[in-house]
Design a protein around this ligand. Structure first.
Ligand code: PLP
Length: 364
């Protein structure tokens, strides 16, 4: 077998590694911020009925404009958005890729603020958009002045902001978004994958869209909506931005089955989102309990917690894995990230951590 080095690969991809969060069969999987509650059985039956209907027409290409799905998503996001403001794809990762295909590419740059969602820089590389790594303040926060300083220093074509930020959980004030918008002539993308887990009343970047045609808010059904396996993400933006994406999307990129499943799920929004409060409760429990085991925690408005004070992150990750629990080692020194699971999963995680000695684990 040949190796990558034998292939005429594009130069900017040489030496890179693919996204690779471990996928393992374990009892307690708290590593990729999924909603660990299955969707309600009644909703699953309605999704199946909808899929069966779609299957009867599967000899034809699907609705290329996925109009019904865009209408349902517009109704879900509210803020007076219409189907014209909505675009969807196979996960918000694909939406972000399409955004970079249209607005990034060779000779263009995208500014992000690590530690942040690892796919942002990977999608940049895949589209040959140069990734510029900005910096956060010591508390992982992004102030309007810090964002503005980085934009003025680097003049990026796009800016990726993540609200709340993965993997730190840090919320982002709307002021930082408007400051970014005012400091650039480029596109500002706010990744709100975890928006539904923020405290009630937290304003979304959706409230800023009016009159800002270079602002994009990306969302997903993968997390709060418990639909990660279906691969449905979407963005909300000025209709002109959706038209720009139409220039790069593959025709019929959203299968008839994906559209049918997503529409059926959106018809049961309340039931699909029913576990969000419970998950927020488990997140708050992690925030309260991890310090009692000697760890430090970062404030989180998402469904996960980044905790520090870990002497040997990789060894602790492995010790938990041996006990059938997987969490995430992101390579941040002395830190690990854990997803808020069901009450039972969270209990098992905390009890196992205690058995392992809490923050004493790995101390030389
Ligand atoms: C999980 C996650 C996504 C979701 O990706 P999908 O492709 O929609 O599953 C997007 N952005 C961030 C920051 C995430 O953590």
């Amino acid at each position: 077998m040949a190796s990558l080095a034998d292939l005429p690969l594009r130069d900017n991809l040489r030496g890179l590694t693919p996204y690779g969060a471990p996928q393992k069969q374990v009892r307690v999987a708290l590593n990729v911020n999924e909603n660990t509650h299955p969707i309600p059985e009644g909703v699953a039956h309605d999704v199946v009925t909808s899929l069966a209907q779609a299957l009867l027409g599967i000899n034809r290409y699907p609705d290329r404009e996925f109009t019904t799905l865009r209408e349902r998503l517009a109704r879900y996001v509210g803020h007076e958005m219409t189907a014209d403001h909505l675009w969807a794809a196979n996960g918000s990762n694909e939406v972000l890729q399409q955004i970079l295909q249209a607005f990034g590419g060779p000779g263009r740059t995208v500014l992000g603020f690590p530690p942040t969602y690892s796919m942002h820089s990977i999608i940049a590389a895949g589209t040959d958009t140069t990734w510029i790594a900005g910096e956060r303040d010591p508390g992982f926060e992004l102030t309007p002045s810090l964002v503005t300083e980085w934009i003025e220093k680097t003049s990026p074509d796009l800016i990726f902001l993540c609200a709340p930020n993965n993997p730190t959980g840090t919320p982002l004030d709307l002021d930082a978004i408007t400051a970014a918008y005012d400091a650039t002539n480029g596109m500002v993308v706010v990744d709100e994958a975890y928006a539904e887990f923020a405290p009630d009343g937290t304003p979304s970047a959706l409230t800023l869209l009016e009159g800002r045609e270079r602002l994009i808010v990306s969302r997903t059904m993968s997390k709060a909506f418990a639909f990660a396996g279906a691969r449905v993400g979407y963005m909300v933006a000025d209709p002109a931005v959706c038209d720009a994406i139409r220039l790069v999307r593959l025709p019929y990129h959203l299968s008839a089955l994906t559209q049918a499943a997503a529409i059926a799920a959106l018809d049961h929004t309340d039931e699909m989102l029913a576990m969000v409060d419970d998950i927020r409760g488990q997140r708050d429990r992690l925030l309260a309990e991890l310090p009692k085991l000697g760890f430090t925690v970062w404030p989180s408005e998402a469904n996960f917690v980044l905790f520090g004070g870990v002497h040997q992150p990789h060894a602790l990750f492995e010790a938990l894995l041996e006990r059938d629990i997987i969490i995430r080692d992101l390579g941040i020194p002395h830190h690990l990230r854990v997803t808020a699971g069901t009450e039972q999963e969270t209990t098992l995680f905390l009890e196992t951590l205690q058995d392992l000695g809490g923050a004493e684990f790995g101390r030389q």
